[in-house]
Design a protein around this ligand. Structure first.
Ligand SMILES: Cc1cc2nc3c(=O)[nH]c(=O)nc-3n(C[C@H](O)[C@H](O)[C@H](O)COP(=O)(O)OP(=O)(O)OC[C@H]3O[C@@H](n4cnc5c(N)ncnc54)[C@H](O)[C@@H]3O)c2cc1C
Length: 449
């Protein structure tokens, strides 16, 4: 009898966990339980709309989803539709793969003023995440500050400064495109507490900033050190040298005819959000590094801006019955083990770090734990009943769960609705997605009448 495993969350880490279990010597039945109708987590809702080639990784996930041992249960949110404790009763093992979807607060005076947005919410808004559709960020401003020096900050900056032409072959939803392109934004600031050597930008993303149609990247040459850090590893020194070269090369670019500027502000620590009833500016303190630590110099300056996006990290969401490390914002675990029969992978385990592929070794590690734990425990405790018991529970509760084939129907509707050159026109509201599935069923009913 195969062992039954439930994976909560169908983002990259959930798919890598399923894939690792399929490669195992044990026989598994794997159920991927996803809160939204759509699979793939941040590949759909995080990765930038103008980076469609990155999203092609889902082709590998698709092969996993189509394996006969794997079932997809979309539109089933654990904690709302079914409890974690129920899943633990009916499955031999449960894997948490829920990511880190909650924004960290900007903990400075005024950090909660209207006009300050967390990056998860802001990125979710321009990527059509149902939970962030109604964010309606106020972009009636000439100047936006983005706090953070990683690729997420660069993604947000690109979306704010690219022209409608540059976004024409993306899946940016209409409402977001209209809001961004009608906004009078001229200056976007990327704020980092540390310097260019410590910035987490990958070089490919940084280089893209030199190719923007209507925006000039601007760096203060005085903030660029001559050399990579002496104490860094050989690999890090190579990466730092590349980024330094790229940042230096920006000085040679011409801004003639370009309306927008993207300012890299290093060694600047946000200390206060300024404004009466909403954001009017950001007060920053100049910093320097001492033995790798950020030290304030006491010297401050004010940056006028009408919107702030804080790309300062995210945390996972505690689920009832799940031990949670509130400080780190992750599920408490020891190398992926949470408790007997309970495991965690991906951003829920490590926090928001690394690239898509970084989630793979996690998955391999917990697949090995599960294999060892179940081999030790003996024959399947649930005799493979997890799936049937789950479907009974969901049907009893009237949960409108959807299968992988249903998702493919939603995807086909999105592709059919796309303008030429666009990959898809995303359906945003859950009800709109479910309506696609009801259409043929309703039509069949009409025919029968
Ligand atoms: C803005 C942004 C841009 C990025 N761009 C890149 C890039 O260009 N290249 C790159 O390599 N990496 C990129 N990344 C990183 C990459 O997206 C992550 O490494 C990866 O998505 C993490 O996978 P995960 O499965 O842990 O989490 P997620 O992708 O967040 O997936 C978690 C899934 O769990 C579901 N879920 C949550 N709670 C529940 C629940 N209670 N019940 C059921 N389901 C639930 C969610 O709906 C989601 O589908 C980016 C990240 C962000 C934030």
């Amino acid at each position: 009898m195969p062992f039954s495993v439930a994976i909560i969350g169908a983002g990259p880490s959930g798919f890598y966990a399923a894939e690792a279990l399929l490669r195992s010597s044990l026989d598994f039945r794997i159920d991927l339980i996803e809160g939204l109708p759509t699979p793939f987590g941040l590949i759909r809702f995080g990765v930038a709309p103008d980076h469609q080639s990155t999203k092609r990784v889902v082709r590998a996930y698709e092969r996993t989803a189509k394996d006969e041992a794997v079932h997809y249960y979309g539109n089933v949110e654990v904690g709302r539709d079914v409890a974690l404790s129920e899943l633990r009763r009916i499955y031999d093992a449960v894997i948490i793969a829920i990511g880190a979807p909650l924004d960290r607060e900007l903990k400075i005076p005024g950090g909660d003023k209207p006009g300050v947005y967390g990056s998860a919410a802001f990125v979710g808004w321009y990527n059509g995440h149902p939970a962030h559709r109604d964010l309606a960020p106020d972009l009636e401003t000439e100047s936006v500050a983005i706090i953070g020096n990683g690729n997420v900050a660069l993604d947000i900056a690109r979306v704010l400064v690219k022209t409608p032409g540059e976004m024409a072959t993306t899946d940016l939803p209409d409402y977001a495109g209209e809001a961004v392109h009608a906004a009078p934004i001229k200056d976007v600031y990327l704020i980092g507490r540390r310097g260019p050597l410590e910035a987490k930008f990958t070089n490919v993303e940084l280089r893209e900033m030199a190719q923007l149609a209507d925006c000039l990247p601007v760096v203060d040459p005085g903030q660029l050190p001559e050399e990579p850090a002496a104490e860094a590893s050989e690999r890090d020194r190579r990466l730092q040298a590349k980024n330094l070269d790229t940042l230096r090369s920006f000085a040679a670019l011409s801004g003639a005819g370009k309306r927008k500027r993207l300012h890299f502000k290093f060694f600047s620590r946000p200390v206060e959000v300024l404004g009466e009833s909403r954001v009017e500016g950001l007060r920053l303190e100049r910093t320097r590094l001492e033995a790798g630590n950020v030290v304030g110099t006491g010297e401050t300056f004010d940056l006028p801006c009408g919107a702030i996006v804080a790309a300062i990290g995210t945390r996972s969401r505690p689920l009832n019955g799940l031990p949670f490390d509130a400080n780190r914002g992750v599920v408490t675990n020891r190398r992926g083990r949470v408790a007997k029969g309970l495991y965690v992978v991906g951003w829920a385990r490590r926090g928001p770090t690394g690239v898509i592929g970084t989630n793979k070794p996690d998955a391999d590690e917990i697949a090995a734990h599960i294999e060892a734990d179940l081999t030790e425990a003996g024959p399947s405790r649930t005799s493979g009943s997890g799936r049937l018991a789950l479907e009974d529970l969901l049907d009893e509760r009237g949960v409108a769960w959807i299968s992988y084939e249903d998702w493919k129907a939603i995807e086909a509707a999105e592709e059919a609705a796309a303008e030429p050159g666009m990959p898809r026109k995303k359906l945003i509201r859950v009800a709109e997605m479910l309506a696609v599935l009801n259409e043929p069923r309703a039509a069949q009913r009409d025919e029968a009448d």
